[in-house]
Design a protein around this ligand. Structure first.
Ligand SMILES: *Cc1c(COP(=O)(O)O)cnc(C)c1O
Ligand code: SF4
Length: 423
């Protein structure tokens, strides 16, 4: 059940113009017990529970996203993402502050450089709403000051000094809570760096504050192509006329959209819900990109599922629906292990020259490899320059016989990258 905002007593005097104004949405976010009491029907126990957990992690929900909540059902998937519960107070042994060690791979504040050719650039700690499952809750919502200019300058300096970086992922927090001008200044400076080929923005506003996607914003962003945007829908209930308009405007500005979901207990841990979510996404011209195993961030244990559930979902999608509607299941490994794809096995056996495969239907078939395949000498520019690969692929390069060598090279990179900031 979704209510029009005028049917919600708290918002009945709000004009359509105000409602459609993203600044109004941010100014009028719900963040106190009283705010939630005004839109949800809480019994005494629910009220006491909510009161008990308000102080721990930042709470803030846009009126728009709150209007999608079922006032009577605590299990509403929208409500579960926005309204805290005492389960957040539970800290488990496996919980971590910096769940994926983003700080370890940070050569300068706001930059995480973990993969060879791309960096994560955290331009702000602010979000339009604070998700209960956020993996960056150690950072987000901490300061709502203006962006720390010196750190931004240093982050850009780092990218300038890292010629291998061809992809910059502008994230947060949520970069789209910044004004058009502030955001443009950052994007323009990144775009001005010769070796940066593509820019990506990570933002949840199309889902939780779609009013932020304005013609002015789109006109600004399209000046900096090739530019991509990844958003974060988790449940079919989040698709509305407003979120559709936001996605349409971005798509029409030539910005390819992708989606990263988090697999969560009671929200989308059902193969059917996940399939409906993916079908909605492609109807909105959003490519389902990843779904993540819920990280070990503090206070999110109640959302976590088994890994088996994630694999079952992958099994239920591949082959059963449009290939490009199938996202990749990812576990972001602790200790900076990084994004690790996990999926069912499709290669079920092998012998020299032969591979035995199974498809989604359980049909088993054999692929016969060419018996005369000898790797030809490659003369592409990278092979000619004898460029070494990192990671497991590095094992294929003749002078890195063990994973220890590969790991030593990885640690050396962390040091080299930090040294770039020494003037
Ligand atoms: C997720 C992430 C990226 C981007 O990864 P892709 O798989 O290319 O989307 C880059 N850097 C960091 C630190 C990340 O966590
Ligand atoms: S929008 Fe993203 S960064 Fe912000 S609270 Fe939600 S999940 Fe975290």
């Amino acid at each position: 059940m979704t209510r029009h905002f005028s049917e919600i007593p708290r918002f009945k005097d709000v004009s359509q113009n105000e409602w459609d104004d993203w600044r109004w949405q941010l100014r009028n976010r719900l963040s106190t017990l009283e705010d939630f009491e005004a839109i949800l029907n809480l019994d005494e126990k629910q009220r006491a529970d909510l009161q008990a957990c308000m102080g721990k992690f930042r709470v803030s929900v846009t009126p728009y996203y709150a209007s999608l909540m079922d006032p009577d059902d605590p299990g509403c998937p929208v409500r579960m993402q926005g309204v805290p519960t005492p389960a957040e107070l539970v800290v488990r042994q496996e919980d971590l502050k910096d769940a994926v060690s983003e700080d370890f791979d940070s050569p300068t504040p706001r930059i995480t450089h973990r993969y060879p050719d791309r960096v994560l650039f955290v331009v702000t700690e602010m979000c339009s709403m604070y998700c209960r499952h956020c993996t960056r809750r150690r950072l987000v919502g901490g300061t709502e000051d203006i962006v720390a200019q010196e750190q931004i300058d240093n982050a850009i300096k780092y990218i300038e000094r890292a010629p291998e970086v061809r992809d910059v992922l502008i994230s947060g927090g949520d970069p789209l809570v910044l004004s058009d001008d502030t955001l443009e200044e950052i994007i323009a400076r990144v775009r001005a760096i010769d070796h940066v080929e593509i820019i990506r923005i990570g933002s949840r506003v199309p889902v939780v504050c779609p009013q932020r996607i304005t013609p002015e914003l789109c006109a600004m962003l399209k000046k900096y192509h090739p530019l991509y945007l990844n958003t974060h829908f988790n449940h079919p209930k989040e698709f509305t006329a407003d979120s559709k308009r936001a996605c349409d405007m971005l798509n029409d500005a030539g910005i390819p959209l992708g989606n990263q979901s988090v697999l969560m207990r009671g929200i989308n841990d059902c193969a059917n819900v996940m399939k409906r979510l993916c079908h909605k996404l492609v109807q909105y011209r959003v490519k389902p990109y990843y779904y993540y195993q819920c990280d070990l961030a503090e206070g999110t244990a109640h959302f976590r599922t088994s890994v088996a559930k994630g694999i079952e979902i992958a099994e239920s999608l591949r082959g059963h629906t449009t290939g490009f509607a199938v996202p990749v299941y990812i576990i972001d490994a602790i200790g900076g292990g990084g994004k690790t794809p996990v999926m069912p096995n499709y290669v079920i056996s092998q012998a020299p020259g032969q591979v035995v495969l199974r498809n989604y239907e359980g049909v088993i078939s054999k692929y016969t490899e060419p018996d005369d395949y000898v790797e030809p000498e490659c003369h592409c520019e990278d092979c000619e320059a004898d460029r070494k690969r990192l990671g497991v692929a590095g094992l294929f390069d003749s002078d890195t016989p063990t994973m220890q060598d590969v790991w030593a090279a990885r640690m050396q990179k962390v040091v080299d990258r930090k040294n770039r900031m020494k003037d």
